[in-house]
Design a protein around this ligand. Structure first.
Ligand SMILES: Cc1cc2nc3c(=O)[nH]c(=O)nc-3n(C[C@H](O)[C@H](O)[C@H](O)COP(=O)(O)OP(=O)(O)OC[C@H]3O[C@@H](n4cnc5c(N)ncnc54)[C@H](O)[C@@H]3O)c2cc1C
Length: 501
């Protein structure tokens, strides 16, 4: 990741900011809002709430919070605040709202849409110290925890009780449950367990003026008026700061089987998907696609071996999970038939944890493999399945003469109609971005897809929001924002298009 263009980008940008208070990132131009600058008196006040060590102001200390995982954004924040309790968050927001200080909530900072990093000098509210597990009920399977718990640590906790988290992502070692909820994260098991919108039973959030909204319901059923929790699930820190969540966890399946399969056309991928749904029914927990370019990047750049010979145009990873034995035998029988019927061309299966984990790594580290080329233009779109892969081929053709283009590839959660379309180059190029983006989002909106299936809008997609949301919907979003955060201090410049803020 070290060869990213962030340094190249940040120097001219910093100069631009000093002169005009304006920034252009990813072809999006933004002017700093009329917010107060943080003074030494403000810093003293924050220290009086949080204690000396939990307010970072030195350049070196603040720097890691100013760059996101994809290195799309280089923030200019000079203040990082680390609350420990809901009361801390409440006191900070009340103060910032009074003083008109802008705030950027940050969890694991693995956002792929530039939502988690300050654009100008917003205060970064890092949730990492709010990492207590409050309760796990082994009868109901309901987990209650603070927003700063890292997803992987929650997985370990509930697994020790015979349960599992309903979501799993490649970023699980860093992302936090509050970040997951705020982005309505999807991941590799949505096909079986749905998105967080269905699994979050309740939450606690602090709104812009510091009010604590206790909707930490732990009941499965609660039809008492508006479902206020949904305002915070997927709103990317623009309507409030999530401080606690209650999540319904499924039982940990006793048997898991995985297959890694080679296929020679996208049509056959769809045939296999149809067979998998019919044959494996409720045991199907993942159906993931990778194309040959993705696997080649994983092999070349991470030196991870493909589980079968890398000679196929497409690869599918199927995961089955159940409490019944003989799952692997059933999987093998179905795949043998698919092989006889020439639907698939090669496959390997595994039911041992260590081999399963090895196979999953190939899929989970795909984006990391592409980033080794230098820079990745990453698009996370939902499309109808019949045209799911067309955009990869169209874009590949469009960019065939671009010398710096190292890879145009697609992988993703095909079971959910969610394609991760990526273009890898050595360096960021503004003109190239200006060619790719309108093309990808125009195509997506023509097939009535979504410009963000799971990563969110953040900063880098907000100019394209109208490709997915009509004027009335955008207007309602804007009025909700004004109602809940009238001074617009919470994650300004994110989600809502510039003219609407
Ligand atoms: C290798 C890799 C694989 C990934 N795979 C997937 C995947 O399969 N599916 C998927 O959906 N995403 C995936 N992502 C994207 C990312 O991990 C998710 O969006 C994740 O949910 C972000 O969590 P985070 O803790 O890092 O949040 P951050 O990146 O820190 O924040 C995300 C957004 O939420 C806001 N926010 C954070 N915490 C709070 C809070 N407590 N209250 C209010 N707002 C808050 C931030 O302001 C920001 O707008 C992947 C990322 C990487 C790097």
């Amino acid at each position: 990741m070290s060869s990213f263009s962030i340094e190249r980008l940040s120097r001219p940008l910093a100069k631009h900011v000093r002169r005009f208070g304006t920034k252009v990132i990813n072809n999006v131009r933004t002017t700093r809002g009329n917010y107060a600058k943080v003074t030494s008196a403000d810093v003293q006040h924050f220290k009086s709430i949080l204690g000396e060590g939990n307010v970072l102001t030195g350049d070196q200390d603040v720097q890691p919070y100013n760059v996101d995982w994809m290195k799309y954004m280089s923030g200019e924040s000079r203040t990082v605040l680390k609350p420990k309790t809901t009361e801390d968050v409440s006191a900070i927001l009340e103060y910032c709202n009074d003083k008109m200080i802008a705030v950027c909530p940050q969890a694991g900072n693995t956002s792929i849409s530039g939502g988690s990093v300050a654009l100008f000098d917003e205060v970064v509210l890092s949730m990492q110290r709010m990492n207590n597990i409050i309760d796990f009920n082994p009868l109901s399977g309901v987990l209650v925890c603070e927003a700063g718990c890292v997803l992987e640590s929650l997985m370990g906790h509930v697994e020790s009780h015979g349960f599992m988290m309903p979501l799993d992502l490649g970023s699980k070692g860093s992302c936090q449950i509050g970040g997951n909820v705020s982005t309505n994260a999807g991941g590799i098991r949505v096909i079986r367990y749905g998105t967080l919108q269905g699994c979050v039973l309740g939450l606690e959030a602090v709104t812009a003026d510091g009010s604590v909204l206790d909707c930490l319901n732990t009941m499965r059923k609660d039809n008492t008026g508006y479902h206020l929790k949904h305002l915070f699930i997927g709103s990317e820190g623009t309507l409030g700061v999530v401080t606690k969540v209650a999540i319904l966890c499924p039982i940990l399946p006793k048997h898991i089987s995985v297959a890694f399969i080679g296929l020679d056309s996208y049509e056959k991928v769809l045939k296999l998907f149809s067979i998998a749904r019919q044959e494996f029914a409720e045991t199907l927990s993942s159906f993931e696609l990778m194309d040959n370019t993705t696997i080649t990047a994983v092999e070349d750049n991470l030196k991870l071996g493909c589980p079968i010979a890398n000679v196929h145009p497409f690869y599918v990873l199927i995961e089955l999970a159940t409490s019944q034995p003989n799952l692997n035998r059933h999987l093998e029988n179905i795949l043998e038939k698919a092989l006889d019927d020439s639907i698939i061309t090669d496959a390997t299966t595994a039911d041992q944890t260590s081999t399963i984990n090895k196979i999953w790594k190939v899929r989970e580290r795909s984006i990391e493999a592409l980033m080794k080329y230098g820079y990745v233009y990453a698009y996370d779109i939902s499309t109808p399945l019949n045209c799911f892969y067309d955009i990869v081929e169209l874009l590949r053709d469009k960019l065939k003469d671009v010398a710096d283009c190292k890879a145009v590839c697609g992988f993703g959660h095909i079971g959910d109609g969610n394609l991760h379309l990526n273009v890898a180059t050595r360096e960021y190029n503004k003109e190239l971005s200006g060619i790719i983006e309108p093309f990808v989002y125009g195509w997506t909106s023509e097939c009535r897809g979504s410009i963000s299936a799971e990563h969110g809008i953040g900063y880098i997609k907000r100019n394209y929001l109208e490709r997915t949301k009509n004027g009335k919907a955008l207007g309602l979003m804007q009025s909700l924002k004004h109602t809940m955060d009238p001074k617009c201090i919470l994650n300004p410049y994110k989600v809502i298009p510039p003219s609407e803020t």
